[in-house]
Design a protein. Structure first.
Length: 268
């Protein structure tokens, strides 16, 4: 009887282990469906005042940008890299508000998003971002702004010295760190291909950094913004937004940004 009970326990344990590895295999195989949530719906008509451009990405097709010019060549230009399940149209209101301050605005998109062809990956998004930045004339300061998923893109571009300052909105330390909070029972740090390891880039980002994070963010833990702020030290300015969730840019951020620009001599 005891032997039979032991065999039963072993059989159950074997089933549990098999299910565990089957689920893990499913997550690994479908990783990009969890990491990237592209909205491939065309963005529609270009908003009044914006200029639309299709940017060539070497060997990978084209990506769309919408832009508004700065009021003068010495004004800063903000390049916005959007978050997941987002389109460039989601930054139109922010772009208009910033442009009213005289700042230039470029709304960047990625392959597979905003009606662009292609399938997203970490390397692919970085190639798209490099192509967008390479297409811009350089006059005033170039401010790289990344929201959520786009924070990893903006951080990588900053680490490659492709801008003059960096804004991280609702930013993570890395994508595996976020996944580990949700799937703590799987070794996601060992398994994930698309990693977006912003925290590991900190030493390479030698420019002013503004970190904006809602205290009630349900997507990217607030403490990740705090961690990045500590990592950047004197280079970083941390602005927690009390009671706000994952999309602080829906608020009026111009006063915060204007103060940060002036403090770091980026407004001229």
């Amino acid at each position: 009887m005891i032997r039979g009970l032991r065999l039963g326990v072993v059989a159950i344990a074997g089933v549990v282990v098999a299910i565990y590895f089957a689920i893990m295999g499913f997550l690994v195989w479908h990783e990009r469906q969890f990491v990237f949530i592209p909205d491939q719906v065309a963005v529609g008509d270009v908003p009044p005042g914006f200029q639309a451009r299709m940017i060539d990405v070497p060997g990978s097709g084209k990506v769309l940008t919408w832009s508004l010019p700065a009021s003068s060549p010495d004004k800063p230009v903000f390049v916005f890299f959007t978050g997941n399940a987002a389109r460039i149209v989601d930054f139109v209101a922010t772009g208009k508000a910033f442009n009213q301050q005289g700042w230039g605005v470029v709304l960047a998109s990625y392959r597979g998003y905003s009606g662009n062809a292609g399938a997203p990956s970490e390397d692919g998004l970085m190639a798209d971002a490099r192509a967008v930045l390479a297409s811009l004339p350089r006059h005033g300061r170039l401010i790289l702004w990344g929201h959520s998923l786009g924070s990893g893109v903006a951080a990588r571009m900053a680490s490659e010295h492709r801008g003059d300052a960096l804004v991280l909105e609702s930013a993570y330390t890395s994508v595996p760190d976020v996944a580990a909070r949700r799937y703590w029972f799987f070794p996601v740090h060992w398994l994930m291909r698309d990693r977006f390891e912003t925290e590991n880039l900190v030493s390479k980002i030698q420019m002013p950094v503004l970190i904006i994070h809602g205290t009630d963010d349900p997507v990217i833990p607030f403490d990740m913004g705090e961690t990045l702020a500590r990592d950047f030290g004197a280079r970083g300015t941390f602005v927690p937004i009390d009671g706000v969730g994952h999309i602080p840019h829906q608020m009026d951020l111009e006063p915060i940004v204007a103060k940060w620009l002036a403090k770091n001599g980026l407004d001229r």
